[in-house]
Design a protein around this ligand. Structure first.
Ligand SMILES: Cc1ncc(COP(=O)(O)O)c(C=O)c1O
Length: 400
């Protein structure tokens, strides 16, 4: 856990897993039942209570969660679904999997989340749903998004892959919309290696997703084997192999119990970063609107490039040279070759997303990041900023 007693390179991410998770996984292995069963049911129950949702359905990934939610919402081939361009490809990929068209929208340059007026402008007679993405864990303007969706009779499916635990107007993300999709991928705030969850208040949709996650079969294998019911089963629909496993659920249950403490630890790191960077004119710190709290899955620092003789990738390379792992969220979807080829998007289509993309850097933020590691990240960022500022002054002087 120590990264050579904190002196070595600082990774961008490290999952916070300990003896409790190892013990819980060990118990599942000893039980002789590894796949979806009683631990999954317990994890779903505890998760729904934690976020304040009526139902929670566990699946094998956040991508599967998005796909199943779209299916449950009745989105079909030929429909349109609006997603922000500034997201991971999985958000739009799930729409494409159905045969529907992901319609990209621009972002609010302050929060970097879906811009409600731009979303409203892109609605057509074919639009069936919108997928707001809480980037880095910062909740979208859900009141504005829901009001537009309600007006046009659209389903709202939140991509909350980053947003456990985030709150919007005192409610946890997961309890706000018709469907909310979480990810438990290895780098997420609750990590089970792979995994996902859909929360919903719609009982019928929850039941359908339970059936569809396991080949469209009415009763899952554990229930058939353990309850002494007949081994007979009925395939009700063409479903998917999207089930979760008890091995993952056992880890998830332990992680969920630590979720608030892990969030506090990430928040403290975010506060230290923001205190250190806020007075530097070349740096822009992330903001939490007054009615929301972030999960702080990501700490996205933005560079004011007009102060620096540097572009973002050069700045990141300098940080890496100093032993600081960093990343970037996200390269907008319309700049990827697939989205250009398949849907005809072009550079320049979403200027605000592009502008933020060129200046954003994600810094390490995870509960196991030690105090001195946070100090090293801060020093490296400030040093690099000063180097790039001096280089700019020098080149301005030379060209004068
Ligand atoms: C915004 C967003 N949505 C969806 C996903 C997909 O989650 P998963 O990797 O669990 O399929 C990710 C994963 O990284 C993500 O960042």
């Amino acid at each position: 856990m120590t990264n050579e007693a904190h002196g070595g390179a600082i990774p961008f991410h490290r999952a916070s897993l300990g003896e409790e998770e190892i013990r819980a996984a060990g118990e599942v292995i000893r039980s002789g039942w590894l796949t979806m069963g009683p631990q999954t049911a317990r994890f779903e129950h505890e998760f729904s209570e934690y976020v304040g949702a009526r139902h929670a359905v566990a699946v094998c990934s956040g991508t599967a969660a998005l796909h199943l939610a779209l299916v449950a919402a009745g989105v079909r081939a030929g429909d349109e679904v609006i997603v922000p361009t500034n997201t991971f490809t999985a958000t739009a990929e799930a729409v494409g999997t159905i045969g529907a068209r992901p319609v990209l929208a621009d972002i609010d340059p302050v929060t970097m989340n879906l811009d409600p007026p731009d979303f409203a402008r892109r609605i057509t007679s074919k639009t069936r749903a919108v997928i707001p993405v809480h980037l880095g864990g910062l909740p979208c303007d859900m009141d504005a998004i829901r009001a537009i969706a309600l007006r046009d009779n659209l389903h709202v499916i939140e991509d909350a892959a980053h947003a456990l635990p985030s709150t919007y107007k005192s409610r946890r993300i997961g309890a706000v919309s018709e469907f909310t999709c979480f990810s438990f991928y290895a780098t997420k705030t609750l990590a089970t290696g792979e995994g996902g969850m859909i929360t919903t208040r719609e009982g019928i949709a929850a039941e359908r997703m339970r059936v569809m996650r396991l080949h469209g079969i009415g009763r899952d294998a554990w229930r058939r084997q353990q309850t002494g019911e007949s081994a007979d089963y009925d395939v009700k629909e063409a479903g998917f192999k999207y089930n979760f496993t008890d091995l993952q659920a056992a880890i998830g249950i332990v992680q969920l119990a630590k979720s608030d403490a892990m969030n506090d630890a990430r928040r403290k790191i975010a506060e230290r970063y923001s205190r250190a960077f806020e007075s530097d004119a070349a740096l822009e710190i992330p903001v939490e609107p007054p009615d929301s709290t972030s999960s702080w899955h990501l700490y996205i620092l933005r560079l004011r490039l007009d102060h620096l003789a540097s572009h973002r990738s050069h700045f990141m390379a300098q940080l890496r040279e100093k032993g600081i792992g960093c990343s970037m969220h996200f390269k907008p979807l319309h700049l990827h070759s697939y989205y250009q080829r398949q849907y005809g998007y072009r550079p320049g289509d979403f200027p605000r997303a592009e502008n933020e993309y060129h200046r954003c850097i994600s810094l390490p933020i995870y509960p196991d990041l030690a105090h001195e590691q946070v100090e090293r990240v801060i020093s490296a960022v400030l040093e690099t900023t000063n180097e790039c500022r001096r280089a700019r002054a020098k080149s301005a002087h030379a060209s004068a």
